[in-house]
Design a protein around this ligand. Sequence first.
Ligand code: NAP
Length: 275
Amino acid sequence: MTGASGNVGSALVALLGADAVAAYRDPAKTARALESGQPAVTLDLAKPETLPPALAGVDAVFLLGAMSPAQTGQELAMLDAARTAGARVVKLSVWRAGEELSPIARLHKPVEEALRATGLAWTILRPNFYQQNFLAQRSIRTAGEFGFPAITAPISFLDAADVARVAAAVLTTAGHDSRVYDLTGPAALTYAEAADVFSAVLGRPVRYRGLSDEQARAALLGRGVPEFHADALVEVARAYRDGGADSVTTTVADLTGRPATELAEFVRRHRTVFG
Ligand SMILES: NC(=O)c1ccc[n+]([C@@H]2O[C@H](COP(=O)([O-])OP(=O)(O)OC[C@H]3O[C@@H](n4cnc5c(N)ncnc54)[C@H](OP(=O)(O)O)[C@@H]3O)[C@@H](O)[C@H]2O)c1
């Protein structure tokens, strides 16, 4: 299971426990996991030689790549290793990847296509924007506001933990081969409506500041986000500014038996971060 230290991966490790091998890039994280009794390996997607040993004895791969210009190539290398191992692949992709509306979708689409052509059993998960993206907005705590590249249309944000619950269901139950699952939260909210949710839960005013593309890029670079990543996030916002990320699916509830997490619940759960 790749990306074990990330948004979805850490929740998936918690759900699957000893039934999964958690793959970390950082050997210190692998060592800590092993000490706690969690099966774990060190795997660096940028080092193809680390992939085959990590897949020894594995019958299913959860493939999650991190955003960079190298992401597509790294995930394709992982597909080669999965083919050699004969492992089923559950690929974490992105909302509307097939339409290439955003640079992030363009990173994922070639991997989706290659996966379908491998002859391996596969499932593709296409989540919309994560609620976790709010966690990096320190200004919610310090200034009662958050700023994203302006999107005026609603977005059906979802909890990455719900993506993990879907992944766990797909990895541990039958009937998911050759399926593409579009994953969303339970409702679509504008950023202004999301700010109202934060205000209600935190009991103090939180407002949304829509940033121009230039302001957003500068803010992201100022937070240390790499240039490619910052440009991609601005372009994603442009793609969905007037709609397109607002449909709501029931896939999380259908596959896990529990509804997707409301934004209010997410804010309550992470209250110590938001202050
Ligand atoms: N954020 C969203 O709203 C969203 C929505 C839909 C889809 N996605 C997709 O989800 C994926 C992950 O995005 P995220 O924002 O949620 O990040 P994340 O999973 O929280 O973080 C990236 C993970 O990848 C690992 N990683 C980075 N470079 C690696 C390498 N060379 N080899 C092995 N592992 C490596 C990181 O490990 P370290 O701890 O070692 O850095 C971390 O566990 C992306 O493909 C993105 O397109 C994101």
